[in-house]
Design a protein around this ligand. Structure first.
Ligand code: 6PG
Length: 273
């Protein structure tokens, strides 16, 4: 196991995926905050808005709280940041399971972001098609399109489920084959809960994707995602970002089963960020 912060590229050649191993979950959050701030500054130096898709689940919440804190909050021009989500559960805002509510509590309620810059997925609406169309309209209005006509986020944050799902794209589900829609409906196999999720073509159109993976319970799936080739790849393995960069930020526990070939580059965590 290399020292924490070492970048390793254990995936087969030709797939530009980077693994940054951090000491612990707090260091993962800090590394992600520095990447967020740097990406926003770089984009806003050239363009008028920075469009980010927030991940759901628990892992990114430490990042959101850090970004709202005194160290990082002043480093971002929040008035020019547009917030979207990678996925949402079919629950109203304020519900304990709402990804929007988690991000609102940890970050959005603590920064000077105009409410019109916050684009919530209305996954709770009975009329899913109308909610999906509304979301696609927001994507079309604020994001540039790639050569294939898909909206390009400047930054997409993703978590990794122990079963290899990401966003609300679950193993074996038909949604992972969606090649045209930008947003689709899915169902969480464990909870049976309806979801709204960005599709793989949108995730893969991004300029940059950042997976945040912490905890020993993710060690096996991270090893599979990064090092196993499979005839039926996991959804997280299908996030390949052909025209952007893809970084896995993992703590030691989550990276505990990664056996790197001789590292291609031994650089400190700071060099990356
Ligand atoms: C969600 C997320 C989901 C999450 C993973 C990891 O809405 O739950 O989109 O993909 O990122 O399940 O969740 P944890 O970060 O809580 O482990």
């Amino acid at each position: 196991m290399d020292a924490p912060g070492e970048m390793r590229n254990p995936v087969p050649a030709g797939q530009e995926r980077e693994l940054v191993i951090c000491e612990d979950a707090g260091t993962v959050a800090r590394a992600a905050a520095r990447i967020f701030v740097a990406a926003a500054a770089s984009v806003l130096h050239q363009q008028n808005r920075f469009c980010v898709a927030l991940a759901g689940g628990n892992t990114p919440r430490a990042l959101y709280r850090l970004l709202a804190g005194d160290e990082f909050r002043p480093q971002v021009d929040w008035a020019r940041v547009h917030f979207f989500w990678t996925d949402e559960r079919a629950v109203p805002p304020g519900h304990a399971d709402s990804n929007f509510s988690a991000a609102h509590s940890d970050l959005l309620s603590r920064i000077a972001v105009p409410k019109e810059n916050i684009h919530r997925m209305q996954a709770e609406r009975e009329d899913f098609s109308a909610a999906a169309a509304l979301y696609e309209r927001a994507l079309r209005r604020y994001l540039e399109l790639d050569a294939h006509g898909f909206p390009r986020f400047h930054l997409v944050l993703l978590g990794l489920g122990a079963d290899g799902h990401t966003a609300s794209l679950f193993p074996g589900a038909s949604q992972i084959l969606e090649a045209h829609a930008w947003v689709t409906e899915s169902v969480s196999p464990t909870l049976g809960m309806r979801r709204m999720t960005l599709t793989l073509p949108v995730l893969n159109a991004a300029h940059r994707v950042l997976f945040l993976v912490t905890g020993g319970d993710k060690a096996q799936v991270l090893k599979t995602v990064l090092q196993a080739s499979s005839r039926s790849p996991l959804p997280a393995q299908l996030v390949v970002v052909p025209n952007g960069s893809l970084t896995f930020l993992a703590d030691r526990d989550a990276a505990g089963r990664i056996r790197a070939s001789p590292p291609l580059a031994r650089i400190s965590q700071n060099d990356i960020l």
